[in-house]
Design a protein around this ligand. Sequence first.
Ligand code: SF4
Length: 184
Amino acid sequence: MSTQKTTVGYDSKVEGDVIVTQASAVINWIRKHSVWPMPMGLACCAIELMAVGASRFDISRFGMEVMRFSPRQADCMIVSGTVTYKMAEAVRRIYEQMAEPKWVVAMGACASTGGMYRSYSTLQGVDRIIPVDVYVSGCPPRPEALLDAMIKLQDKISDEQSLKNLIPKSNKPDQQKAGLISEA
Ligand code: SF4
């Protein structure tokens, strides 16, 4: 039952009701199963994004059905559609209003690279204004492709050093001396 990514060591015969693990593993486990998306639907890809919320694809199987249209209640922006220069400023402002930790998925060719729109009005990839964690290819990508991207995002969240990031920078020297975090 152990995989390469397993961070929980548990043997019920030895440890009874006690599970020994790392704080980072628990924090990451909670985060990756409670991602609240901020749907940034800008064009046709947004229809596929809506489809993952419906019963056939059912994003709630991953604990991600709580789509929030308020940046203060969301932690994963899914950019689905063409980002025009006119809209780019609003996309960036909404991203900045989201609390840390936060992630971004660029859904489809337009959000990832500008797609077929090599024009004066179109941003050639949303990663020019905000950091992107996962890119999804396709025009439009199928809903399964978005779900696959969200699983990849979960893998990425699993590998984050969440405990280290929780400690304010001013406290880090003390924590390093105490051996609670590494100096890297
Ligand atoms: S990638 Fe294709 S489907 Fe998606 S927004 Fe662009 S043109 Fe529309």
